[in-house]
Write a protein that binds this ligand. Structure first.
Ligand code: ATP
Ligand code: F6P
Ligand code: MG
Length: 511
């Protein structure tokens, strides 16, 4: 069986045979939310922190379940789901999710291998734990911008209102600190009707300012009982401690995380919303760099894209464009000078083609820059390390290289579209994805689940415990096929020695 590696929590393996009847039940009854809820006694550590709900079954099946309000508030009343009287949904055959449905984390399996980790399938349940008239919702957005934030807000408001008849919904202004330092913004289907056409977030966002007790005081004082928190890995860590404090106080408040990251660095989920839009927008910058480079003698276009610790945007934008000669990401160390170095490659490519385009993710080569510049080790308000500008640094290094000894006259143009790619509204497919995320989040909260993040796992939306999306970041695996595809498409050097490759493979096996 697979155990989570988070050291602050200790999984409790539970045999599926004890729970099979409730897990496989097709009907949601007022006394059952699924088998795992019965184990509430085992779920608390001595310090009161959440302990993962692990259910094991035959052939190495593991369910990493999410908390439920009834884990710590017994005998909560249930209500029939208003969706069954909704003309749009009542006609759908099997609209309610079977209580035993789970989603596999790994879909490539072997005949004799274990079935592996599963998550509870997202979707509406026959019985809900909130009476629509009593629901009091708040929505907050935290961290950096991402295309689709407004769409998620819109779909939360419209979904709550149209599917469950909820009318008390407010936005918390400017991120976590807004809970205790700002007024709330009332949100109605009418007021959010057009917001998906705009970039940014209409309720504002911020970094830093997470004060757990002040936030939970504010939730309690306002009588809020469903909290939807949209944000990246830092935000989901913040949501975890809010959930723990709410549980410690014994409040009937569902805490739901909706993962947001333009960098696509959140683990477990297939892809984050806004990522596709960002990759598409990055094409415009790469095209411009290509046009400039192609039209000049020995033209070089350098494009810096976002990606603090994960180079997904740079990798996908490069693969999509086909005009890029070299892509540099944080996960793949490179070096400039000497045999097999970047400068040698640039010289060769310019001689061959007369121009070239380089895409660099903002987190690439940070150790190299720190070696040649005095690093100040600054952090932002959330404690994220502030990066040195790799695009400017690289451009200067290339210029210096070619001007030294009058090697070759080059024409270099540096394009930095980083904020432009995340400030745009989401594209069509991201809009649909945001709708599904919002709806899955609403169904989960109404069904009494809490302390979870929602997201697609192998194409199926699932409820994922917070610790699984915060324990590690999603990164490009440079020994995977995708990075190999990129290397073969750009024909750039891998900058890796045999030892580096072996080390990287070892690390991947350990995680
Ligand atoms: N370990 C933590 N515990 C509690 N709160 C946290 C933690 N880490 C970050 N936060 C809070 O979460 C919010 C967002 O964090 P952060 O600025 O790191 O953005 P993020 O959610 O990771 O999104 P992005 O992808 O834009 O970086 C901030 O208000 C920050 O104070
Ligand atoms: O300037 P800000 O708002 O702190 O955001 C910059 C960071 O945010 C991200 O876009 C993640 O949201 C990173 O790619 C980037 O480093
Ligand atoms: Mg982050």
């Amino acid at each position: 069986m697979e155990f989570v590696s988070n050291t602050s929590v200790f999984p409790t393996p539970i045999n599926l045979f004890d729970l099979r009847s409730s897990l496989s039940s097709t009907k949601d009854t007022s006394s059952s939310t699924g088998g795992s809820r019965r184990r509430s006694g085992k779920e608390m550590e001595a310090n009161g922190k959440y302990q993962p709900k692990i259910v094991t079954g035959e052939s190495g099946y593991v369910l990493e379940d999410v908390p439920h309000l009834t884990d710590y508030i017994p005998d909560l009343p249930t209500y029939s789901n208003p969706l069954q009287d909704n003309p749009a949904y009542s006609v759908v055959r099997q609209y309610f999710v079977n209580m035993g449905d789970t989603v596999a984390q790994k879909i490539v399996v072997h005949k004799s291998g274990p079935r592996g980790t599963h998550f509870r399938r997202a979707g509406p349940r026959q019985r809900v734990y909130f009476n629509s008239d009593d629901v009091n919702v708040c929505i907050v957005t935290c961290g950096g911008l991402c295309p689709g934030l407004n769409t998620v807000i819109r779909e939360l408001v419209c979904g709550l209102s149209h599917m469950y008849g909820v009318s008390k919904i407010v936005g918390i202004e400017d991120g976590y600190r807004g809970f205790y330092a700002r007024n709330t913004i009332p949100l109605t289907p009418k007021s959010v009707n057009d917001i998906h056409k705009r970039g940014g977030t209409i309720i504002g966002t911020s970094r830093g300012g997470h004060d757990t007790s002040k936030i939970v005081d504010s939730i309690q004082d306002r009588g809020i009982n469903q909290v939807y928190i949209i944000g990246g890995d830092g935000t989901q860590k913040g949501a975890t401690v809010i959930f723990e404090e709410i549980k410690r106080r014994g409040l009937k408040v569902a805490v739901v995380g909706i993962p947001k990251t333009v960098d696509n660095d959140i683990a477990v989920i297939d892809k984050s919303f806004g990522f596709d839009t960002a990759v598409e927008e990055a094409q415009r910058a790469i095209n411009a760099a290509h046009v400039e480079a192609h039209s000049a003698e020995n033209g070089i276009g350098v494009v810096k894209l976002m990606g603090r610790y994960s180079g997904f945007i740079a990798m996908y934008a490069t693969l999509a464009s086909r005009d890029v000669d070299c892509c540099l990401i944080p996960e793949s160390p490179f070096y400039l000078e000497g045999k097999g170095g970047l400068l040698e490659f640039i010289e060769k490519r310019i001689k061959e083609n007369g121009h070239m385009v380089i895409v660099v993710a903002e987190g690439a080569g940070q150790e190299l820059i720190a070696e040649s510049m005095r690093s100040m080790e600054h952090e932002d308000a959330s404690g994220n390390k502030l990066l040195l500008d790799v695009g400017l640094w690289l451009s200067q290094k290339i210029k210096n290289h070619f001007s030294s000894n009058k090697k070759m006259a080059i024409n270099l143009k540096y394009i930095d579209p980083t904020y432009m790619i995340r400030a745009v509204p989401s594209n069509a497919s991201d809009n649909v994805y945001c709708t599904l995320l919002a709806h899955s989040a609403i169904h989960g909260a109404m069904a009494g689940y809490t302390g979870f993040t929602v997201g697609p796992v192998n194409g199926r939306h699932a409820y994922i415990p917070f610790y699984r999306v915060t324990e590690k970041q999603n990164k490009v695996v440079i020994t995977d096929r995708m990075w190999a595809r990129l290397l073969s498409s750009t024909n750039q050097p891998s900058f890796l020695s045999h030892n580096d490759v072996e080390e990287s493979k070892e690390q991947e096996t350990l995680t």
